[in-house]
Write a protein that binds this ligand. Structure first.
Ligand code: FAD
Length: 442
């Protein structure tokens, strides 16, 4: 891009999605001003925030490929080839994610990935990162954004050519849009929260490697994702009322002893008690809104679509927003007004679909995985996938291992359900008719 005509994009939020977007936009020749309310996470001893590690899959890989970081990220991650289901007696069962093509999820440290994306910007002269700058207001007509410099306690404003808001589930820009523009919005807090526990590397080697471990317990569950150093990040998802009932160390240990005895045998009581009572359980929110743009402002990542974490797609979908944005800028020769409109048109149904799928998957993980009907359906899906790989792609595989629109993934599942129902009905009818004929002949 000609330096004189170079356009300035302000990106709000240097989380995972904002940092990726900044790299992509700078590579496209834009001058990028990135604003983050927190201090530089590279300088923090312990980064505050949500989950310690994340499951990364195809959609995030595609986006990381655009800035040439896919291989480096995969090298720093641990492949998870399937789920390892733990029953209450400590028996385990491995269920591969993709028994046909062997595709995996990758467990990656959130901190590592965020730092890497920020570090990548240091090599680019066209990006300026402003830490400790909190966005406080936005004027969509004058294209003006106002910040508070937290260190200096001073306000300042600027008028970039356009703004990309990646300021997370509680986005300030989205809130201002809700007040001043026609934007549809809904949010749902579920009745369940989560607490993170750790299984240190001294005990972690006792866990079966290269799996996402699940302890499904009907109305709640615990999962564990591996870290590179041999430790595991363990997350307990449970109704708040159940958390509230565990007020003392004795109650906690007795609960783990009856519910997760094999996990309790791996860790130490002191570690469990320390982790569990360190923090209050955190809430889980799902946010849907549309449109995603307002004049020259665009919402991406959790700011546009926060979802419950049970499909492991929040970051993946946010990264996919970045690749879709980049593709649209290519297709429409950087005509930003058109690109933002097209983004909303393209993304609306898909984003709503993945928010709904993420809710559904909690039930699958905490309960259905233990049911015979679920296992039967999975083996039917796998057989048909093996026979018709281009036609019959099971829901989980299409969401996780392809870039098919999430809405299309959901629609495929619906016609697959109809085909299986019709087949089951035909089989039952044939058996009935056959027995009727046999009885009458005999
Ligand atoms: P955020 O990560 O929230 O980043 C927003 C950034 O904006 C932050 O740095 C914040 O400080 C900054 N900011 C906020 N307000 C302002 C302001 N006013 N001014 C300036 N800066 C501001 N996703 C997956 O794909 N796989 C998983 O396995 C997975 N597991 C998860 C497990 C849990 C328990 C949770 C809660 C989420 C999980 N997710 C997962 C979802 C994933 O964490 C999010 O989708 C992802 O972090 C969204 O990134 P983001 O950059 O849009 O938002």
């Amino acid at each position: 891009m000609d330096k004189d005509k170079q356009k300035t994009v302000a990106i709000i939020g240097a989380g995972l999605v904002g940092s990726l977007a900044a790299n992509i936009m700078a590579n496209r020749g834009y001058r990028v001003e990135l604003f983050e309310k927190r201090q530089d996470i590279r300088k923090m001893k312990v980064a505050k925030g949500r989950s310690i590690n994340l499951a990364l899959s195809n959609r995030a890989r595609v986006a990381l490929r655009i800035i040439g970081l896919e291989d480096e990220v995969l090298k720093a991650s641990t492949p998870m080839k399937g789920r390892l289901i733990h029953d209450v007696n400590g028996n385990t069962k491995s269920v591969p994610y993709d028994s046909i093509n062997g595709q995996c999820l990758y467990s990656i440290s959130r901190n590592f990935l965020n730092k890497l994306l920020i570090q990548e910007m240091e090599n680019k002269s066209d990006i300026k990162i402003n830490f400790n700058c909190k966005l406080v207001d936005a004027d969509f007509t004058d294209q003006k954004i106002t910040f508070l410099n937290i260190e200096k306690s001073e306000h300042f404003s600027l008028n970039p050519d356009f703004v990309i808001a990646a300021d997370g589930a509680h986005s300030v820009i989205r809130r201002v849009m809700q007040h001043r523009c026609k934007i549809n919005y809904s949010q749902t807090f579920i009745d369940h929260g989560y607490i993170e526990l750790t299984l240190d590397s001294n005990h972690g080697h006792l866990m079966v490697p290269n799996h996402l471990h699940i302890w499904p317990r009907g109305t709640f569950m615990m999962i564990a994702l591996p870290n590179l150093d041999g430790s595991w990040t363990v997350t307990l998802f449970m109704p708040f009322e159940k958390f509230n009932a565990l007020k003392t160390s004795d109650k906690l240990l007795s609960f783990f002893n009856t519910t997760f005895p094999d996990f309790l045998a791996l860790t130490t009581s002191s570690q469990l008690i320390k982790d569990f009572f360190r923090k209050q359980p955190l809430p889980l929110i799902s946010v849907k809104c549309e449109p995603y743009h307002q004049k020259r402002f665009l919402l991406i990542g959790d700011a546009a679509h926060a979802m419950v974490p049970f499909y492991g797609q929040g970051m993946n979908a946010g990264f996919e927003d970045c690749s879709i944005l980049s593709n649209l800028l290519d297709r429409h020769c950087d005509n930003v007004d058109l690109v933002f409109e097209r983004f909303t048109e393209l993304r609306r149904k898909d984003v709503f679909a993945i928010c709904d799928l993420a809710m559904y998957n909690y039930e699958e993980m905490r309960d259905l995985v233990t049911k015979t009907s679920y296992r039967l359906r999975k083996s039917v899906d796998e057989t048909l996938y093996r026979c018709f790989p281009g036609i019959w792609i099971p829901l989980y595989n299409s969401v996780t291992f392809t870039s098919m629109g999430y809405n299309q993934c959901m629609q495929n599942r619906q016609w697959q359900n109809r085909v299986l129902m019709a087949s089951a009905f035909s089989i039952i009818l044939s058996i009935f008719l056959a027995s009727y004929i046999m009885c009458n002949i005999i």
